[in-house]
Design a protein around this ligand. Structure first.
Ligand SMILES: Cc1ncc(COP(=O)(O)O)c(C=O)c1O
Length: 320
């Protein structure tokens, strides 16, 4: 059992698999370069124009495209820490400077900390919601404050795990792109839709921003099977709802077992939990591995190019 990559435990959407198989019959042809049909389906789902969407080879592909398009030496990129390391690696690759902002004492992305870190050189602020690896999500009022403080920069709201979140205070940032010109929202088909192996990521932003990204994008960034599978998976309400039910129930069950054992764990809106095991982490990971369960020991993870603050974070994090 692999729990360390936050994938869909139920497998892919069956409708997605069928559509991918059907698409294979036509792979003598190049794929639809811009993913017109998938973007139309995304536009219908969120009620914003298809010109506000770009599809990429996973969010990893989107983050690399974002780095190539927007970051240059001298830029500052404000990133919570700890978080998904690919934000920082793409910024560093382009010669930008990473400004890490520690999570707050409850393991949440700290909106005030992000705002304090913004300077005249800030090109981008990353707001993962829910955050990987802590699972905390950013409320609407917090996001609005960040967007207004970072009016001269782009604010990337990574919603890779948004589907799993059931807190009514957490906004869906995608439709906000019509209201906030500096907002870029990101979604993936790798998690709730179960298509991690096919690699489809979605960027939503105002059309001017999408046009800038499209200039740097590889023409056939998403393959034909992936485009077909994503569109079919988007329409597969049954698989999505079953996935959300299983994940939310499992998350609550595990969180309450951890609480019973007084093991602190930030509350998570994602499909994973990050319990604080302190000195026991290595032993617990080893014991789980012996039972065939793969989890990630986060003690060793840090943001590339900056001093790893994981250990400090876990030490300072208060027991809830
Ligand atoms: C927060 C976050 N963003 C983006 C990604 C990458 O997603 P994709 O599979 O679409 O490249 C991940 C993958 O784990 C993630 O945790």
């Amino acid at each position: 059992v692999i729990l360390s990559a936050n994938e869909n435990p139920l497998g892919p959407s069956p409708r997605g698999v069928a559509a991918a198989m059907e698409a294979l019959r036509g792979i003598n042809r190049y794929p639809d370069s811009t993913g017109c049909s998938l973007r139309a389906a995304l536009a219908a789902k969120w009620g914003i124009p298809p010109e506000c969407f770009l599809v990429e080879n996973g969010l990893d592909g989107a983050l690399s495209l974002i780095g190539r398009t927007f970051f240059a030496p001298g830029d500052e990129v404000v990133i919570p820490e700890p978080t998904f390391p690919v934000y920082a690696s793409n910024a560093l690759l382009m010669g930008a400077r990473v400004i890490p902002v520690p999570l707050d004492g409850w393991g949440r992305v700290d909106p005030e900390g992000l705002i304090r870190a913004i300077s005249s050189r800030t090109k981008a602020v990353f707001v993962p919601s829910p955050n990987n690896p802590t699972g905390s999500a950013t409320r609407g009022d917090e996001l609005r404050a960040i967007l207004s403080a970072a009016s001269g920069a782009l604010v990337f709201v990574d919603e890779a795990y948004r589907e799993f979140c059931d807190d009514p205070e957490i906004p869906d940032a995608v439709p906000w792109v019509e209201r906030y010109p500096n907002l870029v929202a990101m979604r993936t088909f790798s998690k709730a839709y179960g298509l991690a192996g096919l690699r489809v990521g979605v960027v939503a932003a105002r059309s001017e921003t999408i046009r800038l990204l499209a200039r740097t994008r590889e023409p056939y960034a998403v393959n034909a099977a992936a485009l077909a599978a994503a569109e079919a998976a988007l329409a597969d309400r049954e698989h999505l709802e079953r996935t959300l039910r299983v994940v939310r129930e499992g998350r609550e069950r595990l969180a309450s077992l951890l609480r019973e054992r007084r093991i602190p764990c930030p509350s998570s809106g994602a499909n994973f939990l990050s319990p604080r095991l302190g000195g026991d982490a290595e032993r617990v990971c080893g014991a789980l591995a012996e039972r065939g369960i793969q989890v990630r020991n986060l003690a060793a993870v840090g943001v590339p190019g900056s001093r790893p603050r994981w250990i400090g974070f876990w030490r300072s994090w208060r027991k809830s």
